[in-house]
Design a protein around this ligand. Structure first.
Ligand code: COA
Length: 260
């Protein structure tokens, strides 16, 4: 079961996670979802990685969303439980205490795009197609898509995609801020690894706390957001890495952060 989601440790502290079901466009079967949850749970406590990359096997699909063949056989109750599970997987991914990037190597549709939206960054291969096309199946995005997309690109653009069930290409996705970068397919891996290079110069606890401050602060009034920011800041104040940052500055050398 876990083989459908492969976790590899790569150089530069990168955990590389691949949905390995290319023959079904990496669709989210129950087994894939289980694998995604297990991977997220193990990465949560893994202090050796500085960046988590999520991608799909093959050249065609990042992830084509919910497994529509499994779905056809389900009762309403089972379908409800399955949507809960997709939402749970997205939430686990969105709460990982280190940066995550979706390396979108092909189509990212429905639950596949919802998963990419649960990541911090999205890099798309030029041929990728993205969409929350659920209204074309008589449903709506149910694993965070309506909420995360509108927060990311604004309500008007989110409505274009969601209400019309539109599929857009990577260039358009970049124009509206849905993806951070568009690259040639053969460049996708290198583009993700470049993020790891940048993160090598950043203190891991700072990065985790900055992520938490942004994610928890986005939905609350600003005074509460400022309190959240301050609480996150206070955690960094007592770290060894903060002292190392100051020492390195004084000694005019790059810092050697240890995540402590
Ligand atoms: N669930 C289950 N199987 C899927 C799937 C999904 N979401 N998406 C694709 N597949 C399967 C196809 O059924 C096909 O299997 P088969 O060879 O047994 O027939 C295989 O993956 C290849 O897909 P195919 O449609 O032949 O490839 P394509 O390149 O012509 O099109 C897609 C690829 C992804 C554009 C197209 O399959 C598609 O639109 N899928 C549905 C996506 C969707 O609506 N997702 C939202 C779910 S909420």
């Amino acid at each position: 079961m876990a083989d459908l989601v492969r976790v590899e440790r790569r150089e530069k502290g990168v955990a590389w996670v691949t949905i390995d079901r290319a023959e079904a466009m990496n669709a989210l079967s129950g087994a894939v979802l289980e694998g995604l949850c297990v991977a997220a749970q193990s990465l949560r406590t893994d202090r050796s990685s500085c960046l988590v990359v999520l991608t799909g096997a093959g050249e065609k699909a990042f992830c084509a969303g919910a497994d529509l063949k499994e779905r056809r056989e389900m009762t309403e109750e089972q379908a409800r439980a399955r949507v809960d599970l997709i939402g749970h997987a997205c939430s686990l991914w969105s709460r990982l205490p280190r940066p995550t990037v979706a390396a979108i190597n092909g189509v990212a549709l429905g639950g596949g795009l919802e998963l990419a939206l649960a990541c911090d960054f999205r890099i798309a291969a030029r041929q990728a197609q993205l969409g929350l096309t659920e209204v074309r199946l008589g449903i709506i995005p149910g694993a965070g898509g309506t909420q995360r997309l509108s927060r990311l690109v604004g309500v008007a653009r989110a409505k274009e995609l969601v209400l019309l069930g539109r599929r857009i290409d990577a260039t358009r996705a970049h124009e509206i801020g849905l993806v951070n970068e568009v690259v040639a397919p053969e460049e996708l891996e290198a583009a993700a690894m470049r993020l790891a290079d940048e993160l090598a110069g950043c203190a891991p606890i700072s990065v985790a706390k900055a992520k938490e401050a942004i994610d928890r602060g986005i939905d609350v009034i600003i005074d509460e957001g400022l309190r959240i920011e301050r609480a996150c800041y206070d955690v960094t104040l007592t770290t060894e890495d903060r002292n190392e940052g100051l020492r390195a500055f004084a000694e005019k050398r790059p810092p050697r952060f240890q995540g402590k």
